[in-house]
Design a protein around this ligand. Sequence first.
Ligand code: XMP
Length: 514
Amino acid sequence: MKRELVIVLDFGGQYNQLVARRVRECNVYCEIYSYKTDIEQIKAMNPKGIILTGGPNSCYEEGAATYSKELFELGIPVLGLCYGAQLMQHLLGGKVEKANVREYGKSHLTVDNSSPLFTNVEKESICWMSHTDYISKIAPDFKIVATTPDCPVAAYENKYKNLYGIQFHPEVLHTQEGKKMLSNFVLNVCRCQADWKMDAFVEEQIKAIREKVGNGRVLCALSGGVDSSVAAVLLSKAIGNQLTCVFVDHGLLRKNEGDEVEAVFGPNGNYELNFIRVNAQQRYYEKLKGVTEPEQKRKIIGEEFIRVFEEEAKKIGAVDFLVQGTIYPDVVESGLGGESAVIKSHHNVGGLPDHVDFKEIIEPLRDLFKDEVRKVGLELDIPEYLVFRQPFPGPGLGIRIIGEVTEEKVRIVQDADAIYREEIADADLDRSIGQYFAALTNMRSVGVMGDERTYDYAVALRAVNTIDFMTAEAAQIPYDVLNKVMSRIINEVRGVNRVFYDITSKPPGTIEFE
Ligand code: XMP
């Protein structure tokens, strides 16, 4: 599909995906490439603009990530951010040096509004800095267009060559006017038309899927999560009953989730597709008996999923295509785009089924960030509670029950979690917290209920705020909400006599308990 493109050249910065997301929020399609990408490849893509990201190096050091100066002579607008801004200066005749103090955090920014980067930007605002080096001398033909008290060159430009640099991070929310600055770059400097819209994407995809599939048959593993649900509906709109969705209920889903998925996608649901629900709960509980080690549990759950799926696929016979709900961050994090180290290994052990007979994979969401997948979901009229569902790990409650998984423990954690979610929604916090759930600790302790001594389990509540799930902070849930959750769980869930709230951030903790 032909669309205008802005490229993010990644020098290993931690915010690379965020930069691309911000560009896309301006309705401009954007992809991330490693700084090692050949210049001929870049020319062939014919981007409307190029953004160089931050990175961990010092550009004047031997072996530091760099690029050919030719990049600045292509006639394509370039914006350097942080390391990218320093590198452009370093290559074009400016000077970059180590600063006396590392500037980290919020700074007071003053901009020159005559720069196209700062059209309609407040003259004074707060920006987010994170750097040890600074630009001490600007290259010939460049002009300084922003400063902070500690940073003499907070932004610069060469209007005639369309080269710009920003020392701070416009992509993070702490930079108050950052969004406007990036939008100024892509719309005013690069002159993008802003044609990347999700309604058009849906139409294009449906057409493309129809063309590709013809009258072939398509198989999809539907988990009920956002990505697979959106992928399935997109396929259903395109090819209707040529699609079969297999939904494996592994008995480790949230309370009533299996029935909810069936209600939406099943025979009495809203979509034209063949829905197969496999109730494999007992099979999973059997396999997990006596297993306590978290990775072992993941492996069993992942492998069992593949086996169940293969068995169902065998009943259906050969298909032409298999649908995968891969999204753009999966592509970037698996090392295919960008440069940043793979921090989060892919948790879902198991991979693709070996014994399913298909010719090709279809990944209709491969180009999209999560927020875009949600927009597509809304375009497709998928119920909001499915579209805005929080992330739920593939191994499900299997990794929210510390130690051995049993049917009884699944019941406890399901009930506790349902109460927790109900109260969070009641307090209107459900859209503002990144991820929240109840887990079952492996601890039993003494309590007293009525006149009886109890010896029951402790439930742990978790709620985190996060941008990328790689770092996170515990959410500050009002005490009265927590108190109500505690009281309801202890009163309503048999087998629980204590409730903890986990305030650990990530790192050093993780979001899940296993
Ligand atoms: P952690 O616990 O690693 O979680 O801080 C980060 C994010 O990843 C999710 N997660 C998983 N997702 N399979 C998944 O599909 C897994 O095994 C798994 N483990 C963690 C977690 O829910 C959070 O969103």
